[in-house]
Design a binder for this molecule. Structure first.
Ligand code: HEC
Length: 125
């Protein structure tokens, strides 16, 4: 009898803790956009001054993505990062440009990253 009541206690604890574990797992599974930004080395060429994200190395042509969310929608960001669209270059006025590198992460990562880009509506300096 002793054993089976211990078993019951474990099952009960599992049932109570289960939902908590499930919640934690979901939070961990959601890709973190800032981490993706750094993992994908976007900060080789970009800063996001409003988010205190600095370039790996300071260069003259570092592009600040602060406020970029106000200029494009999420679908455009996805296409841009996959090099499927071009736009008027800000660095070379009068020229059209596609993005430098094509995104190498997974689709969920691209979703998280572009959703975050869309949220960057506060202008930097
Ligand atoms: C090798 C350098 C380089 C890397 C790495 C890079 N970018 Fe860029 N990116 C650029 C340049 C240069 C521009 C500006 C093009 C122009 O306007 O002439 C740009 C433009 C952009 C724009 C559009 C800005 C606008 O004004 O419309 C977004 C959004 C962007 N990059 C996001 C990213 C993200 C996210 C990553 C990482 C996955 C990344 N970039 C990695 C060089 C880079």
């Amino acid at each position: 009898m002793r054993n089976s009541s211990r078993f019951a206690a474990v099952v009960l604890a599992g049932a109570l803790l289960g939902p908590t574990w499930a919640l934690t797992a979901t939070a961990d599974d959601k890709p973190d956009a800032k981490k993706i930004f750094e993992d994908q080395k976007c900060n080789k060429c970009h800063r996001v001054s409003t988010e205190h994200i600095n370039p790996i190395k300071e260069k003259e042509d570092i592009v600040d993505l602060s406020g970029i969310g106000a200029e494009h929608d999420q679908g455009w960001f996805k296409q841009w990062l996959k090099k499927e669209v071009e736009k008027d270059s800000k660095l070379k006025p009068g020229e059209k440009t596609k993005h430098k590198g094509a995104f190498k992460g997974t689709d969920p990562e691209l979703d998280a990253l572009t959703g975050w880009l869309k949220s960057l509506t506060k202008k930097g300096k």
